[in-house]
Design a protein around this ligand. Sequence first.
Ligand code: RIB
Ligand code: CA
Length: 312
Amino acid sequence: MKNILIDCDPGHDDALAIMVAFANPEKFNILGITTVGGNQTLAKVTKNAQNILRFLKADLPLAAGQAGPLVKPLKTAPEAHGESGMDGPYFDGEDYPLCEQNGVGFLYQKIIEAEGKVTLVAIGPLTNIALLIKNYPQVMPAIEKIALMGGGISHGNQTPLAEFNIFVDPDAAEIVFQSGLPIVMAGLDVTEQAEITLTEINRLKNRGKVSNLAFELLSFYNQSGRQFGFIHSPIHDLCTIAYLMAPDIFKGEYADIHVITDNSPARGLTYGDFRRMAPEPKHTLVLKEVDRAAFVKLLMDALAKLDKQVTR
Ligand code: RIB
Ligand code: CA
């Protein structure tokens, strides 16, 4: 069982990553969840995280982190995730408790309190993670690895060259990639293979309470993806959790990854030296392939488990 902390900006795919981790307590000891401004404002993504955790009847500590990037103003993605940041489902009921502590201090505290090392699952802009590394370097030895969704070697999505999470805060991303910590990078090269089809989405309708929530999330997300040329829906963030559960369904290669942080059209681009003679160290495992069917089965199985667990 892995100790994990999830840093996120829910986000349809963030929500599914949280649900799959929560469905597998024998694999994951979720020490806590932090939010970061990204898909939508910090207030909106935090509200979305509260809605997901309340829906799951979870009892996990939640803290809000940084509202925006280290240097530039926040760029949100309402075109992809809607005005709420997680359009589609309706959530009723009271709020879910939010820790007073800022998310960065919360991450520090959870890591030093943990029994054993902690894996960070970073599925939004890397602002909180960069500040954790800079403000609390003493936690570095206690971090097992960082599994992050971000970047892309062959292409971007926010721009032709930059993926959204990295584009929002490239300065934070460079700090993280150059921290010396072991990183698993689920960039667009692999996450755009990790897609669910509309036929598979429709199988979730009315299958159970949690499966139906996933159906509502993915139905909106699938429709929204059409404007970007997608027929099926890449569940980007879930690749991090899927890798931690089943690394063998992925293929990748190690490299030393850097990020363009200037104001050129390449801002947010992630690049690495993949030549045979590329020098060490190569801290980042860049995922390049995934067994799509195995990936989707992992989601379907997790939702089926949650349908039995969350019935009202
Ligand atoms: O580019 C995809 C990433 O941006 C995902 O993390 C998604 O949730 C958005 O944050
Ligand atoms: Ca995300």
